[in-house]
Design a protein around this ligand. Structure first.
Ligand code: FMN
Length: 311
């Protein structure tokens, strides 16, 4: 399969999918700082199969984003196939990433995400991944946790490799752990040794030193950065040691991010931007006063003025 980025020299620096954060406006900002690959927020195959408009919008790609994979969560073969057939027809999508980690209750109950790593769901996991790989005309990757409650990462990684996925991202926690404790890089190291496809390490990587350590320790082909990029889309500059960002540049990035949100969502983008504004102001002077103000603003022009004044 042809994934251009995986033909260049590792290590690779990916932006992890974060539902509610890594939408098109955020990804288009992140891409300016050297992030190698981006993924959509998690989308549901049932919604794709039935042409849900919101989901279609979630799958859009910004001009800088190549390669760009759409992440899908599937709980049944039939709609997984229908969804992949639809994705096959969308030129701008470069590949499909299968979500095998989502820990939220709704996903557990509906049978998609991390619950597919349970022993009792092994056959179902196999059927779903097999159907996706066989149907897809594009490369397919997976992003998984270490297991549901017990660690089964090596076993499932081998299975996914045998089913034909092109690369694998591993978040070093079980589903049951949610975000507690710290990422277990020993298990990721075992996965790297056990398979021949590129493995990307994910979990708790927030700066260059940590990325360097994790890459050496696990032997992975790359790292995937999630929460570390929230409020810090320029993190990839630092990760790749390509320079530092000045306060003036930060301000420009923040303003651009809001502008992109407004372009994409209309005025509602101002409201959706609030959580990002909170993250950008973390640790800055008078942040709580600024946050109270931004929480009140609904008009794009007023929000832009407030950012201009504060940052
Ligand atoms: C708010 C939030 C939303 C997330 N949404 C997704 C998602 O849509 N798909 C996915 O595979 N993982 C999702 N994750 C998990 C992250 O991609 C990542 O695996 C996890 O946060 C650990 O990496 P980090 O320590 O770099 O954040 C989400 C995590 C958070 C905190």
């Amino acid at each position: 399969m042809n994934i251009s980025i995986l033909k260049s020299n590792p290590p690779y620096f990916f932006l992890a999918p974060l539902a509610g954060y890594t939408d098109l406006p955020f990804r288009s900002v992140v891409k300016k700082f050297g992030c190698d690959m981006t993924f959509s927020e998690m989308t549901n195959v049932n919604a794709i199969a039935y042409n849900n408009e919101k989901t279609k919008r979630m799958m859009e790609k910004s001009p800088l984003e190549t390669p760009y994979f759409v992440q899908i969560a599937a709980n049944n073969v039939e709609n997984a196939i229908k969804a992949v057939e639809k994705i096959n027809e969308i030129d701008w999508i470069d590949g499909i990433d299968i979500n095998l980690g989502c820990p939220v209750n709704k996903a557990r109950r509906s049978g998609f995400g991390g619950v597919l790593l349970k022993e009792e769901n092994k056959e179902k996991l196999k059927e779903i991944v097999n159907a996706i790989v066989k149907t897809s005309k594009k490369p397919v990757s997976a992003k998984m946790r270490l297991g549901f409650d017990e660690i089964v990462a090596v076993d499932r990684a081998k299975m996914l490799e045998d089913l034909g996925i092109d690369f694998l991202t591993v978040h070093g926690r079980t589903v049951k752990q949610m975000y507690k404790g710290s990422a277990n890089y020993d298990e990721i190291k075992k996965v790297v040794k056990a398979v021949n496809i590129p493995v990307i390490t994910n979990g708790d990587i927030t700066d260059y030193e940590k990325a360097k350590f994790v890459l050496e320790y696990t032997g992975a082909a790359g790292v995937s950065i999630g929460r570390g990029a929230i409020g810090k889309p320029w993190i990839f500059l630092e990760m790749k040691q390509q320079g530092n960002i000045t306060p003036q540049q930060k301000k420009e990035v923040i303003l651009e991010h809001l502008n992109q949100m407004i372009n994409f969502y209309g005025d509602y983008g101002v409201i959706l931007f609030r959580k990002h504004a909170h993250a950008y102001s973390k640790g800055l002077k008078n942040a709580s006063e600024f946050r109270s103000k931004i929480n009140e603003v609904k008009e794009p022009q007023k929000a832009l003025e407030l950012l201009e004044e504060y940052f």
